[in-house]
Structures are given as structure tokens and as C-alpha cells.
Design a protein around this ligand. Structure first.
Ligand SMILES: [Zn+2]
Length: 85
């Protein structure tokens, strides 16, 4: 069993909006990737985050709602961890 991060947060999203890439005119594809944030000396890893990825140039387009949701989850985790004092 590995424990690669202090907090691994599961994440699901169901939107499916392909984007016309602003750099190469490619059409993005929906992918699921991992994203790690470092906050207050801790690491917060989100697995299975849905993004739009341009297959031609590799540009990643993040969903603003997902980003806000991840920020909110991190704040909540930090609050929970600090509450133990
Ligand atoms: Zn592109």
C-alpha cells in the first residue's frame, strides 16, 4: 500500500464540452488527469480530474467550475486538519 500524498480527493464531473484550441485550431478531447496542489506545506492530489486536452499541441483547458471546486475542497481539508488543534 502506498501513501503518496496526504490527501487524495476523489473527483467526478460529467460535463463534456470540447473546445476549439486557441493555439492550433485543434479540437480538444476529454481526458482525466491527476492534479496536485501544494498549500500550507501540504500536498493535495486530485485524481481523475476531467479536463479538455488538445491532442495536437498538448494544451490543457481546465474547467473553471472544477478549479473552484478543487480550491473549495482544499480549503475545507485545511480547515478540518487545523480544527484538530
Ligand atoms: Zn492545440
Amino acid at each position: 500500500m502506498e501513501n503518496r500524498a496526504e490527501a487524495i480527493l476523489k473527483f467526478m464531473s460529467s460535463s463534456n464540452n470540447h473546445i476549439l484550441c486557441e493555439f492550433c485550431d485543434g479540437t480538444t478531447e476529454t481526458k482525466h488527469i491527476s492534479k496536485t496542489y501544494k498549500r500550507e506545506g501540504r500536498e493535495f492530489t486530485f485524481d481523475n480530474v476531467q479536463v479538455e486536452l488538445c491532442p495536437k499541441c498538448g494544451e490543457i483547458y481546465w474547467d473553471g467550475m472544477i478549479l473552484r471546486q478543487m480550491e473549495a475542497e482544499i480549503k475545507q481539508k485545511i480547515n478540518n486538519l487545523d480544527a484538530g488543534d
